[in-house]
Design a protein around this ligand. Structure first.
Ligand code: B4P
Length: 185
């Protein structure tokens, strides 16, 4: 978990590779659907371009399908999911059906100025349509309202591991890996 631009996608790839499990990013799945012009992509794009969350029903069904693929049978890392209370409840029910449970919830902590500067840099380099300053500010507002409160819920469950997300990508990856190893002792 972490605000937009905290480095969730960047770290998810590195950490999943380190632990030999797939990184499952709801944002990436939406973007793949947008590029392939699927009906899911057309629907998702409307929300993503405005910096709003894609409705829970669409996101939850998509996530359930992805978790039923064979490569997720022995563990997985979720990137950018859950983002709402309804997604937390849905994930709990899918995991219960599979007899699985979450081991950790990693929160990347990054200050707001750094976030805006990272995302504006990405807008210039990659041209992602949801990285304009106006849309980034809306994404941060939506995150603060809907997703930030979920970290308290996972802290109550004893699953939350908070990691400083400032600094170089490799430094942050080492911190995440160490935090997970320490938390599992
Ligand atoms: P995401 O794809 O999750 O986008 P994000 O929040 O910007 O990603 P992230 O934090 O992963 O940033 P990244 O590592 O790339 O979501 C996009 C949209 O999809 C959402 O707004 C929503 O509409 C929709 N969506 C996704 N999941 C959903 C859900 N569950 N429910 C409903 N809607 C959903 O890093 C950002 C930039 O910083 C990159 O350019 C990177 O190179 C750079 N960077 C990373 N780490 C750095 C570091 N340490 N130093 C310097 N730069 C760094």
């Amino acid at each position: 978990m972490g605000p937009p631009g905290a480095g969730k996608g960047t770290q998810a790839q590195l950490v999943a590779e380190h632990f030999g499990i797939p990184a499952i990013s709801t944002g990436d799945i939406f973007r793949a659907n947008v590029s392939n012009g699927t009906s899911l992509g057309v629907e998702a794009k409307r929300y993503m371009d405005a910096g709003e969350y894609v409705p829970d029903e669409i996101t939850n069904n998509m996530l359930r399908d992805r978790l039923s693929e064979p490569d997720a049978a022995d563990g997985f890392l979720l990137d950018g999911y859950p983002r709402t209370l309804s997604q937390v409840d849905f994930l709990d029910s899918v995991l219960a059906e599979q007899g699985a449970e979450l081991d950790y919830v990693v929160e990347l902590v990054v200050d707001e100025n750094e976030i805006v500067s990272r995302l504006l840099k990405r807008a210039a380099e990659e041209g992602r349509t949801d990285d304009s300053e106006e849309v980034v500010r809306n994404r941060m507002r939506v995150y603060n309202e809907q997703t930030a409160p979920l970290t308290a819920l996972y802290a109550e469950r004893g699953l939350l591991v908070r990691v400083d997300g400032m600094g170089r990508v490799e430094e942050v990856a080492a911190r995440v890996e160490n935090a997970i190893v320490t938390a599992s002792r």
